[in-house]
Design a protein around this ligand. Structure first.
Ligand code: UT7
Length: 315
């Protein structure tokens, strides 16, 4: 398959570290050096599906295709207002897309998981164009009294359109199943047959262990992808790393010994927007004219599960 268009949309409200320190025992002096985050966009008066629809419209326009040209929509999302239908259906209705859609919940690596699914539909000859949209509002998952998690996140949506071609060079997905490191419960009521009531628990995260997992998994994934393609580090033009924490990105960069200019980053202004982070970064780089034809982009993402993924794409 081949990437032909990107789009993204962010909430209007921008929240600084100083804004957070007005109601939380935190500071810019703690947050910025540990995470690289200065500000994040947070949903206030928008709805996630509207941001997602905006990202989709921009991606379709950028790709030069219309809603009727899309044969499959894959939506990556962890939390939104609807339990059913899937967020992909809501986005379809808002944008005039009528093809089947499916939602996946693969947390932060969701964009790469979605690309893997899309590629298999192309390989099976079942589609001409696929739309991927990643829409996330992790700021509604964390407790706003838990300073160790809520300061990390920002909301947003990113989308990408793929058509037939051979610019996508494949994916490696990996899992080290351990739900205890990042998890959240939704509330569930009792039934006449099961009297257990599940109380909601906001997002819980073992930050240091997740940090270690992220760096180790990404380095292994990147090396595995290079080896599979007979490539060296110098053959990759840009590493598009999930924007979870600038120190994680730096840790990966140092271990693979690659120069800083190959690591585009927007975490300073966006925080961690889960699976939306990679396609938002991709769209911002695309619109800034960063990539030239033939550039090789390596995507790497990691998160809850614990799961990680890497993908190679030629511009
Ligand atoms: O997509 C994957 C999602 N997850 C991640 O990317 C998270 C990966 N982990 C991290 O980024 C880092 O572990 C954090 C940024 C979350 C935390 O950094 P850390 O250096 O691992 O700090 P820590 O959790 O060990 O906490 C150190 C101290 C503690 O105080 P004491 O016990 O030493 O007195 C915390 O209570 O920092 C305190 N602390 C804060 N202080 C001010 C924790 N959060 C804050 C805060 N402001 N926001």
């Amino acid at each position: 398959m081949k990437l032909i268009g990107t789009g993204s949309a962010l909430p209007r409200k921008v929240v600084t570290n100083d804004d957070l320190s007005r109601f939380l025992d935190t500071s810019d002096d703690w947050i910025y050096p540990r995470t690289g985050i200065k500000t994040r966009h947070i949903i206030s008066d928008e709805r996630l599906e509207d941001l997602a629809a905006e990202a989709v419209r921009k991606a379709l326009e950028n790709a030069g295709v219309s809603p009727g040209d899309i044969d499959l929509l894959i939506c990556s999302n962890v939390v939104n207002e609807y339990l059913t239908p899937g967020l992909g259906c809501i986005i379809s209705a808002a944008t005039g897309i009528t093809c089947p859609s499916m939602d996946i919940n693969c947390a932060c690596p969701g964009f790469i998981y979605a690309m893997d699914i899309a590629e298999n539909y192309f390989l099976a000859g079942r589609v001409r164009n696929v739309l991927i949209v990643c829409a996330e509002e992790p700021t509604r998952m964390a407790s706003w009294e838990d300073r160790s998690t809520c300061v990390l996140f920002g909301d947003g949506a990113g989308a990408a359109v793929f058509t037939r071609g051979d610019n996508y060079k494949g994916t490696i997905l990996r899992a080290q199943p351990d739900p205890s490191k990042i998890w959240q419960y939704r509330p569930l009521g009792a039934t006449p047959f099961d009297t257990r009531v599940v109380s909601g628990v906001p997002l819980q995260m073992h930050g240091r262990e997740v940090f270690r997992f992220a760096v180790t998994a990404a380095v292994q994934d990147i090396n595995a992808m290079l080896q599979r393609n007979g490539m060296g580090m110098e053959d990759v033009d840009y590493f598009m790393i999930h924007q979870a924490n600038l120190r994680i990105v730096e840790g990966i960069r140092e271990r693979i010994n690659a120069p800083a200019y190959k690591f585009p980053s927007n975490i300073r202004d966006h925080g961690n927007s889960s699976s939306a982070s990679c396609p938002i970064l991709l769209d911002e780089c695309n619109r800034a004219g960063l990539f030239k034809s033939g550039d090789r982009l390596m995507f790497s993402a990691f998160g809850a599960g614990l799961q990680s993924a890497v993908a190679l794409l030629e511009w």
